[in-house]
Design a protein around this ligand. Structure first.
Ligand code: NAD
Length: 420
């Protein structure tokens, strides 16, 4: 049943649903969107135009996305009142309609919340942060062969430092905890200094398993050859070490017929199987630069994934070209990974590529593959011609930058040309 919203009126359309066979997408699905703050409205308009052109080109009148505006960040405070940065209306809409897309949002100072984005992921239990990293020819890259980068990074989205607790050095809580640990648990070992700041990073088997399950299922469905479990288990045996141990066990227990470990592999990987391997986080950063082709799907913990996904994006053009998805069992929020770039807002100069690539992931999630590939193909063509926004043009010789709206118009033109 459609929820009762305090300040929203849903448009006419249908809700995405889930059945025993998985996602069921109507021909006119209602998709909540958060325009975002700063450059959000500009890159959203650019993305909307490109997505609508791709869907129309692929399906004519047969299918359409029905957009439903919901709010978060500074824009939410303007509609719902000061300090309301993540209204219940927005959460209810995403819960009901299942898949949403968002631009970058600002967390206003004094909003009573550490980060709107983190709060949204936690409220909807979006436990997998997924960042595809692929190279679009024409983009500047520090690598000699950036086309070798083709990764999908699954980062645990609810625990580790996201659920971390810290106490400042010298605080009564830190001192009480240190005294307790020294007295009860560290007898015979070097005691903790009473001057230390203390941080805890909780990680459960359940959260690690569902993340790895999602990554292995994706690799099998999409035909990727391997899943690399990235961890720091050589130093943190029970949290990071737990992640990799539970990951291998999960793969064996639930995907045993279709996965192999390095120890089990003799010769070439048989078709239809996925190799499960692991890499210590620091070595993984080296691999990213020296042998990116050795990794396909990556499953990792929250903090490792934070560093790794931005570093991987930097190899193929930076955050301006990085798409993101936050996935739960049924709910999905697709988001541009960069921030609100307040320095560029209202100047029509921002790069909308991250949100366009994010919309590509949304279309793939819906199974609207034809529209998705038209959108990606057009973006690829436009960038290949050297038609880029100012953030990229400044790295390329003799390139005159396009505005955000000119870039969007070029993508739309290429979509129409591809279908003509
Ligand atoms: P930022 O990503 O907004 O900006 C960093 C730099 O990248 C700036 O120089 C900016 O001009 C540039 N940049 C970012 N996106 C660009 C684009 N599409 N085109 C061209 N250049 C672009 O990061 P920040 O300055 O640290 O944060 C600004 C605000 O964004 C803060 O309020 C922060 O909380 C918020 N933020 C939101 C998200 C999100 O919603 N997912 C993520 C990060 C930061």
């Amino acid at each position: 049943m459609t929820p009762r919203f305090a300040k929203l009126t849903p448009p006419a359309g249908e809700a995405i649903a889930y059945g025993p066979a998985g996602i069921r997408v109507p021909t006119r699905p209602i998709v909540p969107f958060i325009r975002g703050d700063g450059i959000g409205p500009e890159i959203w308009e650019a993305t909307r135009a490109a997505v609508e052109a791709a869907v129309a080109q692929a399906y004519g009148d047969g299918r359409a996305l029905v957009w439903f505006e919901v709010y978060a960040g500074a824009a939410a405070a303007a509609v719902y009142g000061p300090n309301v940065v993540l209204p219940d209306d927005s959460l209810a809409a995403i819960r009901h309609y299942k898949a949403a897309i968002k631009g970058p949002v600002e967390t206003p100072v004094g909003g009573g919340i550490r980060s709107v984005n983190v709060a949204l992921r936690q409220a909807l239990d979006l436990y997998a942060n997924v960042r595809p990293v692929r190279y679009l020819p024409g983009l500047p890259s520090p690598l000699k062969a950036p086309e070798k980068v083709d990764l999908v990074i699954f980062r645990e989205n609810t625990e580790d430092v996201y659920a971390g607790i810290e106490w400042a050095a010298g605080s009564p809580e830190a001192q009480a905890l240190i005294a307790h640990l020294n007295q009860h648990y560290l007898a015979g070992r070097e005691p903790l200094s009473p001057e230390a700041a203390i941080g805890l990073k909780p990680m459960t088997r359940r959260a690690c398993e569902r993340l790895v399950r999602r990554a292995v299922a994706f690799a099998l469905a999409a035909g990727y050859p391997s899943v690399t479990l990235v961890h720091k288990g050589n130093i943190m045996k029970f949290t990071e070490g737990g992640f990799v141990e539970w990951g291998y066990e999960l793969a064996r227990a639930e995907f045993g017929e279709r996965t192999l470990t390095r120890a089990e592999l003799t010769g070439a990987l048989p078709s239809g199987k996925v190799l499960i391997k692991d890499r210590i986080a620091d070595a993984m950063f080296q691999d990213l630069i020296l042998h990116p082709e050795e990794h396909a799907v990556v499953a990792t913990t929250n903090l490792n994934g934070d560093y790794l996904s931005d570093a991987a994006a930097a190899l193929v053009g930076g955050l301006g070209f990085a798409a993101g998805a936050n996935l739960g069992d049924e709910l999905a929020v697709f988001e541009a990974v960069h921030g609100t770039a307040p320095d560029l807002a209202c100047r029509d100069v921002a790069n909308p590529s991250s949100l366009i690539l994010t919309a590509y992931e949304l279309l793939r999630h819906l199974g609207w593959t034809e529209a998705a590939e038209l959108l990606l193909g057009a973006l690829r063509t436009v960038i290949g011609k050297g038609w880029v926004t100012a953030d990229v043009a400044c790295w390329l010789p003799n390139v005159v930058p396009l505005s955000c709206s000119e870039f969007a118009a070029s993508v739309v033109e290429e979509i129409r040309a591809a279908g003509a």
